[in-house]
Write a protein that binds this ligand. Structure first.
Ligand SMILES: Nc1ncnc2c1ncn2[C@@H]1O[C@H](COP(=O)(O)OP(=O)(O)O)[C@@H](O)[C@H]1O
Ligand SMILES: [Mg+2]
Length: 256
């Protein structure tokens, strides 16, 4: 099995707080890996390190065999095919969501001027529109394509944010709490949807999620963190039975 992401001994402290205290794990290509752990475990900080918004004090993060991500600026990660769930739709409240999805792609396309000089702009425009529509269809928002983001429910906005990732066709998706702020019924729909996105993009997914039924049903493999460290990892069935994981979720203090 190929490893697409290798996290090795990553440490990052904020003042006296060791947010990441030597995190090591592998993400196999094509899998959905769930990252769980109590509040403050360091999950989001780890995502920030992978996507370049924080730089680890120590350790390395290798992508696709030989690309060292530590020190690489965020936009270069995009060209390597790393996509992170952002609140794209919310940034353009009065623009139609189809146009949001087109804008997201244009901002990632290089050499736009040369393409227009060469007369490729129209072909590119068609491709960008097709990708936006395809992404909207995948997440089930086709009927709302012409509506501005501000007319959508929170759950629909989340779907639109997922579509924004799909439109740029990443190979590695980083999703931080996709179920946060949406209704239970919408959360249940996320499970088949995220699997569909993975299959459609032929991508790898690293997902932080606090909804245990969702993440346990979704993930091929779980990495459980606590206090800046990997507590345990393995299949959902195995990780769920780990005493420290049970302790974390019962609200008692995790061992060490
Ligand atoms: N930018 C920051 N400045 C200072 N402390 C931070 C910062 N980001 C996170 N932390 C601290 O690092 C620890 C891990 O936080 P975080 O990665 O957000 O955890 P999680 O996502 O697992 O809830 C927490 O103690 C948090 O307060
Ligand atoms: Mg977090």
């Amino acid at each position: 099995m190929t490893t697409i992401l290798h996290v090795d001994g990553v440490k990052l402290a904020f003042g006296g707080v060791k947010a990441l205290d030597g995190v090591t794990f592998d993400v196999p290509a094509g899998e959905i890996v769930g990252l769980i752990g109590p509040n403050g475990a360091g999950k989001t900080t780890l995502f920030d390190c992978i996507s370049g918004y924080q730089r680890p004090d120590e350790g390395s993060i290798t992508y696709d065999g030989n690309v060292e991500l530590v020190g690489l600026p965020p936009h270069e990660r995009v060209t390597h095919g790393i996509g992170r769930l952002f609140q794209q739709a919310r940034m353009f409240p009065s623009v139609s969501i189809r146009d949001v999805l087109k804008t997201v792609q244009h901002r990632r396309m290089k050499a736009g001027l040369f393409r227009s000089v060469l007369g490729l702009a129209r072909a590119e425009e068609r491709e960008v529109t097709a990708r936006a529509d395809e992404a909207l269809e995948l997440v089930g928002l086709t009927a709302h394509a012409d509506k501005p983001a501000m007319e959508l429910s929170t759950g629909m906005l989340r779907l639109c944010e997922l579509a924004a990732i799909v439109a740029v066709r990443p190979r590695l998706l980083l999703l931080d709490e996709p179920s946060s702020g949406i209704a239970q019924k919408e959360t249940e729909a996320l499970l088949p949807l995220l699997k569909r996105l993975r299959d459609h993009l032929d991508a790898t997914v690293l997902v932080i999620e606090h909804d245990m039924p969702l993440v346990m049903g979704l993930a091929d493999r779980i990495v459980a963190m606590a206090q800046g460290k990997v507590l345990t990892e393995g299949t959902p069935a195995v990780v769920q039975r780990h005493p420290d994981v049970l302790a974390s979720y019962l609200g008692t203090r995790a061992a060490r």
